[in-house]
Write a protein of this length. Structure first.
Length: 194
């Protein structure tokens, strides 16, 4: 199984690209807000109960993917202060040794991020949807981009890419087993970003 973790700042386009990637590959999407929205039904964001429920749902989703032998799974996430980075960075422990976990950092310019954060779709889904909210979570370091390195880690600057182009780049990368280093100048290796 191939497990693709798309991560980056809020509003960068993780879910949009995940949908395109799913359309191309047939992989299931486990969007971060599925677990967040469920946990918010019962507990306030950031409480220990909220974090526990969200993490349990993540683990349950991973186990479902393994039990039902999906060909692939696409996860979207933002690293933030209530996220247990070990859960995300050690996701391979829920899979077999022949399964591959890819960490794909999606980045875009500040100008593009500002444009994307106030989209109508974000407002209707309860996500961060204003410039003020985005600035607050970045300046207070509530959200962050960890350094993730390794054979299956890449970053893509999607500022000028259509979501389908970004999804095709990712598809080429995962199709090549992670060893193809000549994919595109927008696909950078190794991932060293902080």
């Amino acid at each position: 199984m191939k497990i693709i973790i798309l991560y980056g700042l809020p509003a960068v386009g993780k879910l949009t690209i995940a949908k395109e990637l799913s359309h191309i590959t047939g992989y299931k999407i486990f969007h971060n807000h599925i677990s967040i929205d469920f946990a918010l039904t019962f507990f306030k964001f950031g409480t220990s109960e909220f974090v526990k429920i969200r993490n349990e749902l993540w683990i349950k989703g991973l186990k479902i993917a393994k039990v039902y032998n999906f060909n692939g799974l696409i996860l979207t996430t933002v690293f933030e202060k209530t996220t247990n980075p070990k859960l995300i960075l050690n996701i391979n422990k829920y899979f077999d040794s022949n399964d591959i976990v890819y960490y794909i950092l999606l980045k875009c310019s500040k100008k593009e991020l500002i444009k994307r954060v106030s989209s109508q779709e974000r407002i209707s889904t309860g996500k961060i949807h204003s410039l003020e909210q985005l600035i607050q979570v970045i300046e207070t370091e509530f959200v962050y981009i960890p350094k993730i390195t390794g054979k299956y880690t890449y970053e893509i600057d999607i500022t000028k890419l259509h979501p389908s182009e970004a999804a095709r780049l990712i598809t080429k990368f995962i199709g090549g087993g992670g060893g193809n280093r000549t994919l595109d100048r927008r696909l950078k290796r190794p991932l060293l970003y902080h």
